[in-house]
Write a new protein. Structure first.
Length: 401
């Protein structure tokens, strides 16, 4: 029994399933209005395994798994009798999409033919939903394929998928606005610092930069779209930070490598997509992130380090980032907080957080200061004790006349 699981995930702006690889030209993904066909070249070792007992083996296909909330298609099939070196029809035991929008078991078909594994799904509504954003390539991970991981071009053939009318998209956006959804907004993130700017990196470190577009409603969640692209990534000083686009065919991802201490900017230009035509969209076509490259980081230190102070006293605590050579790096984006523990709470179960710069030292009790950044941290426990009572000056008895 051969068990094969196929996941298809549309192009999106986030995570990565594996290392970047070149386009897999030996494989193909063909999409029409009526059918989706995936054809993968199988390697010799996979062919040999298929000739024996291969119960429990699986095959995973992912169409650019950039976005976890992208539409997905899962096909589970079981092998029929026959030599894999000859044409062998494989029965589909399950076919569905995630989110669960379509059940397509009766429309799924698979076969091994001429050294290739071929999956065909004939479900027009599902195909229109899955490929609504017309991805130019899909990301595939297939253990039985000759090239196991990488992007595969998508060929769109007749009869072509219907293109949504712009008037319909504008009307849909207007309805979303009346329902509390915000405009479509583009953003640039990095894997290390999210949307923060500047991005701090150590020599030799790599960070992935990627673009995203979202529409949010405060009362529940966000929608994401991926039907946009970029044209060029540049670094203002490539000796400090080198930027290289990944093999994502839409050029919405790049890999930043920190080379030497210094500062640079990474810019992506030519960002364009259908949301440019929507009246409420932000129409941002270029993003820039400032990159700060440092030597290897050694520690974070809180200074000074008092253990006890009197309530109402003034003390200024600083969190400093120190590199491997002992140099203090100014303006580092250190997360520096204070945790309160009031006198009537001896178990620390009622902790309350605040920024360390706003620490209240007027009330007796414990304070725990924590500074952290990129896996480094320092902690300072401080006891605020009651201030001594004010001593009144002695009364001076006045003498009579």
């Amino acid at each position: 029994m051969l068990s094969v699981a196929a996941f298809l995930v549309l192009v999106g702006p986030g995570g990565v399933l594996g290392a970047s690889r070149p386009l897999r030209t030996a494989d193909s993904v063909i999409v029409s209005r009526n059918a989706l066909k995936l054809s993968l070249a199988m390697d010799s070792s996979s062919m040999a395994r298929l000739a024996g007992d291969v119960r429990g083996s699986e095959l995973m296909l992912a169409v650019d798994n950039d976005l976890l909330t992208s539409p997905r298609l899962m096909v589970v099939v079981a092998s029929a009798s026959g030599s894999p070196r000859n044409q062998s029809v494989i029965a589909a035991t399950g076919c569905r999409t995630a989110p669960v929008t379509y059940a397509c078991r009766d429309s799924a078909h698979a076969e091994v033919a001429n050294g290739r594994f071929v999956v065909t799904v004939r479900d027009s509504a599902m195909i229109a939903w899955l490929f609504a954003e017309r991805p130019a390539a899909v990301w595939v991970h297939a253990p039985v394929a000759r090239a196991r991981t990488g992007y595969v071009d998508v060929a769109y053939i007749d009869p072509q998928l219907a293109t949504p009318a712009m008037a319909a998209l504008v009307r849909q956006d207007s309805i979303a606005a009346s329902d509390g959804w915000g405009p479509w907004t583009r953003m640039m993130w990095t894997s290390s610092f999210a949307a923060l700017d500047p991005v701090w990196m150590q020599i030799g470190e790599q960070a992935r930069a990627y673009l995203g577009e979202m529409q949010c409603r405060p009362i529940d969640s966000c929608n994401y779209r991926t039907d946009f692209s970029a044209s060029k990534w540049t670094s203002s000083d490539s000796t400090v930070a080198r930027v290289v686009p990944t093999d994502n065919p839409r050029q919405v991802e790049a890999l930043i490598t920190a080379l030497r201490p210094g500062r640079s900017t990474v810019t992506v230009a030519g960002v364009h997509g259908p949301s440019d035509e929507l009246p409420r969209s932000t129409r941002v076509h270029e993003f820039t992130r400032h990159i700060v490259v440092t030597n290897r980081l050694a520690r974070i230190q809180i200074t000074p380090r008092p253990t006890t102070i009197r309530a109402g006293s003034r003390v200024t605590l600083n969190a400093q980032l120190v590199d491997e050579f002992g140099a203090i790096l100014p303006d580092a984006p250190i997360n520096f907080v204070v945790i309160y523990d009031w006198p009537d709470n001896k178990s620390w179960s009622q902790k309350r957080y605040d920024l360390a710069t706003r620490a209240d030292l007027t009330t007796p009790g414990h304070r725990r200061f924590i500074a952290n950044l990129r896996g480094l941290a320092d902690t300072l426990d401080l006891e605020v004790v009651p201030a001594p009572p004010l001593r009144r000056p002695p009364r001076v008895r006045q003498r009579g006349p």
